[in-house]
Ligand binder design. Structure first.
Ligand code: SP5
Ligand code: ZN
Length: 349
């Protein structure tokens, strides 16, 4: 199986994030996550690592607002240039907003700090020097995997794994959040959509709010997210069962908010419903937003999916028999990331 991966993520390692209630904690979405997955994949006899190709900005701007991407690309340098204290110790700093845009008729501000509040939804998507480059490369991994599955021939469809970091599914058209800056799965799905209908299935523990936002009014890309109930779980304001799409996209989005503590059997029952919706839609391509934070023991999740659960999830998705791009999203029980990723993927080889 082709694994699209680059080392460019490594320097995107903010020195902290701001956690619940304003506590400063070590950045949970860290490079060690990739090391765990890489080492497990290297022990298999089927993982073939491939560097992503440069797709330019066009497929990214087909999903994200141009001014938002410009902000991402310039925020760090602008901040450094404007603040001598930051310039003196850049490695101890991370750029975050100090205000947030109001709900009604917000204007796009002209200043860097104003823009930060407009283009960032929370305090966990810290920008450092390498963030923009890492985010673009991460999107290229998803695009390269999408390009690869296009070449499917014969009776067995191709699948590929985009080992993306930073993750993407919380990033909306014009905002970063939840460790995400560019919505890798959405960029890949949108790119594929010019060649046929696409379904995105998001199995990360957190609601895929960015993906929901991007495709909400479209009927050519079906979006489904299975996640912890936003009544009490991040991202808090979106991901509820009554959000089903709008306009032409009415009926083309489904959320499955699930309660804390669910086990493999209960998870697989919800997955079964999601897979039925995908079969009915009959897409040409499938994109999986694969978060490993549904694992029992993940510090950010409350589900109890086991190692074997990941095998079963992969088996059932692969049984659809569709050309599939699996895109890495979250997962923070680092010691379990390797086995869970391998268990999910080995059904697609
Ligand atoms: C890609 C992805 O998985 N992003 C997740 C971002 C979640 N950020 C907010 C986490 C707040 C969690 N508070 C739970 C405390 C558990 N001790
Ligand atoms: Zn997550």
């Amino acid at each position: 199986m082709k694994i699209f991966y680059t080392e460019n993520h490594r320097k995107h390692y903010p020195p902290f994030e701001i956690f619940d209630g304003g506590k400063r904690v070590p950045y949970l979405e860290n490079p060690d996550r990739m090391d765990r997955i890489l080492s497990a994949l290297k022990k298999t006899d089927w993982a073939e690592f491939v560097a992503p190709t440069d797709f330019g900005l066009k497929p990214i701007l087909a999903v994200h607002d141009k001014d938002y991407i410009t902000f991402l690309g310039s925020a760090w340098t602008e901040w450094l240039d404007s603040d001598p204290e930051v310039a003196a110790s850049p490695e101890q700093n991370a750029f975050l907003p100090a205000t947030f845009a109001l709900r009604r008729t917000p204007r796009v501000p002209g200043t860097l700090l104003g823009k930060a509040g407009y283009y960032m939804m929370d305090l966990s998507a810290c920008i450092v020097e390498a963030t923009y480059e890492a985010s673009i490369s991460s999107a290229y991994c998803a695009l390269s995997a999408a390009e690869f599955i296009l070449s499917s021939t014969g009776n067995r469809p191709y699948s590929a794994f985009a080992l993306c970091r930073p993750p993407g599914h919380h990033a909306g058209k014009d905002y970063a959040g939840g460790y995400c800056f560019i919505n890798n799965a959405s960029v890949a799905a949108n790119w594929l959509s010019s060649k046929g209908k696409v379904a995105i299935l998001d199995i990360d523990y957190h609601a895929g709010n960015g993906t929901q936002d991007i495709f909400y009014e479209r009927n050519d890309v079906l979006t489904i997210s299975i996640h912890g109930n936003p009544d009490y779980e991040y991202p808090h304001y979106i991901g509820f069962a009554d959000e089903t799409g709008a306009g032409a996209g009415q009926g083309f989005h489904t959320n499955f908010p699930l309660p804390a503590g669910i086990d493999d059997v209960q998870y697989l029952s919800a997955l079964g419903k999601a897979l039925s919706l995908i079969k009915k839609f009959a897409p040409k391509y499938l994109v999986i937003s694969a978060g490993m934070d549904i694992f029992d023991g993940d510090p950010l999740g409350k589900f109890k999916v086991t190692h074997n659960g990941f095998t079963e999830i992969g088996k059932r998705i692969a049984a659809l028999g569709m050309p599939t791009v699996v895109v890495m999203e979250g997962g923070y029980a680092n010691e379990a990331l390797g086995i869970n990723t391998v268990n999910l993927l080995e059904n697609f080889i």
